[in-house]
Design a protein around this ligand. Structure first.
Ligand SMILES: [Zn+2]
Ligand SMILES: [Zn+2]
Length: 343
């Protein structure tokens, strides 16, 4: 079977390799992968810029987003059977520690995470513990199933910022995370949603409009803070999501928030400058978080099942595993909103 690996410790050692078909042991299942998405953290791992809780092992099958169909079950597996369509919950905790006991395996110091601490989703087949694949209801496409993990990040945001009906929302960065948030806040009753990007995001702006963005602000052409204040009667936004992939937008996110605004940060950068005085004067709540929990994943399934959130409008083309280099180049180039492999 084909798989995409980070082959060695050096940066950029992307390799497509033929590997033996794995067999599920007791308590494990074999998943025939259907689709898997590239995430910014995959790129960080490939470039040796990812700082995790444990070093990333090599060689490692990359990828943590993905979905597939159960192809075989190991001894003792009762929750799944051949042919079940499943999304993969990419992480699990030790089950013993304080964080696991509190339902937060994403905070477990000895977590396992597909494509980060162990083999991931960019392969034709994967053997995983039987609690990793989550059986999906009918009517969810393989593409939407494959992006349930990043959609879960939008569930996580809403859990943190607790949107109220009529809230004004700014989303910095019209990438896939931004687009999932746009759809999520739309269905949560936001009054206006402002999507902020740059000249190079022209195509993404069109998709954002199609998905219901009320206003587009092009930071290459206009002053973002002035424009957002204009659009919100001088108040700024109740909720700001920073998902742009540039440290300068962290400060901007804070400047865009209204009094008692809630700001959710996605940037994976170690440094950015913010003003604590602004946080105090405006009574802001600034939140970050890591990865997903099974509880949030279940909510993401519902959003997708009931057509509230979907990746379909963002997918312009998909790649085969053997086109790994091309797919990563498409990701760097940034013209596709979401880069997906179909196996
Ligand atoms: Zn991700
Ligand atoms: Zn734990």
């Amino acid at each position: 079977m084909l798989a995409i690996l980070k082959a060695r410790e050096e940066a950029d050692t992307l390799e497509v390799r033929e590997l033996p078909l794995p067999k599920p042991g007791p308590g494990e299942v074999l998943v025939k992968m259907g689709a898997a998405g590239i995430c910014y953290s995959d790129v960080m791992i490939l470039k040796n810029k990812y700082k995790g809780r444990v070093p990333v092992p090599v060689p490692m099958i990359m990828g943590h987003e993905g979905a597939g169909v159960i192809a075989a079950v190991g001894e003792g597996v009762k929750n799944l059977k051949d042919g079940d369509k499943t999304g993969l919950i990419p992480l699990w905790g030790c089950g013993q520690c304080h964080h696991c006991a509190n339902g937060n395996p994403n905070m477990c110091r000895s977590w396992r995470h597909l494509g980060i601490t162990c083999d991931g989703t960019f392969a034709e087949y994967r053997v995983v513990p039987s609690f990793v694949p989550c059986k999906l209801p009918d009517g969810i496409s393989m593409i939407d199933a494959a992006v349930l993990e990043p959609i879960t990040l939008a569930v996580r945001t809403l859990e943190h910022v607790r949107p109220r009906v009529g809230d004004t929302v700014a989303i910095i960065g019209p990438g896939s995370i931004g687009m999932f948030h746009l759809q999520a806040f739309k269905s949560a009753g936001a009054s206006i949603i402002i999507v902020i990007g740059l000249d190079q995001d022209a195509q993404r702006f069109e998709i954002a409009k199609q998905l219901g963005a009320d206003y587009i602000v092009n930071a290459s052409k206009e002053d973002v803070v002035t424009r957002v204040k204009e659009l919100t009667d001088g108040l700024g936004c109740d909720i700001v999501v920073e998902a742009s992939n540039h440290p300068s937008t962290v400060g901007q996110a804070i400047d865009l928030a209204s009094a008692y605004g809630r700001v959710m940060l996605f940037g994976l950068y170690p440094e950015a400058t913010i003003s604590p005085l602004t946080l105090m004067r405006s009574g802001l709540s600034v939140t970050g978080d890591v990865a997903v929990t099974p509880a949030w994943y279940q909510r993401a399934i519902r959003w997708v099942q009931y057509k509230k959130v979907s990746a379909e409008p963002m997918i312009t083309r998909t790649f085969r595993l053997e086109q790994a280099k091309e797919a990563f180049e498409a990701f760097y180039e940034g013209r596709s909103v979401k880069v997906l492999f179909e196996m």
